[in-house]
Ligand binder design. Structure first.
Ligand SMILES: Nc1nc2c(ncn2[C@@H]2O[C@H](COP(=O)(O)OP(=O)(O)OP(=O)(O)O)[C@@H](O)[C@H]2O)c(=O)[nH]1
Ligand SMILES: [Zn+2]
Length: 376
């Protein structure tokens, strides 16, 4: 197996990991400053691994940046500017000893971020994955459908800023997959629902066509994420079933990466934290997950209607008329409560972080358009 320092089997182009013209444009000032672009493929305390045009390198994370300010912790999927080996300067890099490797200079603005709330009372939320474009919400057809769980994953996906797609797995184990797909589509407005089987290959070409950019797989244990990931990768890179222990440590033994280029373009992101993600403050994500309820709520008599018994409630009227299932409203209320609880433990810093993700998206889009305009 490969050593961490050299990966002859790894593609060494940043383009394989999603680097595009918009990234290049955003990187212009860093390039001028002699920094090199990289994407974090695995983050640890104090150091990380990043892919560059020179291959995958171990990168040291200094305690502070050149101005003495704390550096944000990089996470898998982040784009970063590295100071090449032997050129380290500044207060944060004076700890010595690692003059032979590149040093993290800064983490670039995140377009999207998958965040989980931490268990501690002083929760800041933890960014598990950055710059994910497509979240694949996996739902097994070999077990009874649990719509609440699907709705929870969709809320997380929407909240991140990425585009969700629901992938029903193990269609070979289900007598009527199309009916199941129609049922799931009801709880996933605005989201495509695809039927797949890793055993028969059903739906895999369609799925490949749907995926773009950086792709993360969300779903409960046993839903078939690793099996699906391996089919998309075209080789067995992810440990499936009982081979892997719960937190993914089973994979540390080999040259374990959390970002893997897909043969048809795009990048698969698979980080152990995503496998145990809980619901974070996902107010906006819930609004997108339950769009039909949000739409109905505009016709409630009271603008702050909670849809629990108020007169003139359009949502309850729709439930009474069987236009919205009671289960769906119950799920909406439960996830909102869960989200509000998470939010109440969350300090202003996290909120600022979330807002900055949105600003980053706007900024990124603006940069893209400016770039395109300059190409015309
Ligand atoms: N019949 C059938 N079995 C499948 C399919 N996809 C996955 N499986 C089986 O389902 C089990 C779980 O699959 P995994 O890919 O390990 O599931 P996972 O979502 O990665 O699970 P965790 O790693 O625990 O999160 C394995 O025994 C797979 O062989 C499929 O399309 N059809
Ligand atoms: Zn109402």
């Amino acid at each position: 197996m490969s050593q961490l320092s050299s990966f002859p089997d790894q593609p060494c182009s940043l383009a394989d990991y999603g680097w595009d013209e918009a990234c290049e444009h955003a990187f212009t000032p860093h390039r001028a400053a002699g920094l090199i672009p990289a994407r974090i493929v695995r983050a640890e305390r104090g150091s990380c691994e990043a892919v560059t045009d020179d291959g995958i390198l171990r990168v040291r994370i200094p305690a502070t940046d050149d101005h003495g300010d704390a550096l944000p912790s990089p996470c898998t999927g982040d784009w970063a500017a590295l100071r090449p080996a032997g050129t380290a300067t500044g207060t944060g890099t004076g700890t010595g000893g690692a003059g032979d490797g590149p040093v993290l200079h800064t983490v670039l603005e995140r377009r999207t971020a998958l965040v989980r709330s931490t268990a501690s009372r002083t929760s800041h939320g933890q960014v598990l994955a950055a710059n994910v474009d497509t979240v694949v919400v996996t739902v097994s057809l070999a077990a009874p459908l649990k719509h609440d769980r699907t709705e929870r994953m969709l809320a997380l996906a929407w909240e991140s800023g990425a585009q969700p797609v629901v992938v029903l797995t193990k269609a070979d184990q289900c007598a009527d997959a199309e009916r199941a797909a129609a049922e799931v589509a009801e709880v996933a407005p605005g989201v495509d629902v695809l039927v797949t089987s890793a055993v028969t290959g059903q739906g895999l070409d369609t799925l490949t066509a749907f995926l773009h950019g950086t792709v993360a797989l969300l779903g409960p244990s046993g839903a078939g994420k690793s099996t699906l990931g391996n089919r998309l990768l075209g080789e067995d890179r992810l440990a499936t079933g009982s081979v892997r222990d719960v937190d993914g440590k089973g994979r540390h033994t080999t040259a374990w990466r959390e970002l893997l280029p897909l043969p048809g373009g795009g990048v698969l992101l698979d980080t152990p934290g995503l496998r145990a993600i809980g619901l974070h403050d996902t107010q906006d994500g819930l609004e997108q997950t339950f769009t039909e309820i949000e739409r109905l709520a505009q016709d409630c008599r009271f603008t702050d209607c909670a849809h629990v018994g108020e007169p003139g409630c359009a949502v309850l009227a729709a439930v009474a008329a069987d236009e919205v299932p009671q289960r769906r409203l119950d799920s909406y209320h439960r996830l909102l409560r869960e989200s509000a609880y998470a939010a109440s433990r969350t300090d202003a810093r996290l909120r600022a972080g979330r807002d900055s993700v949105k600003k980053d998206i706007t900024r990124h889009l603006r940069a893209t358009y400016e770039f395109r305009e300059r190409q015309l």
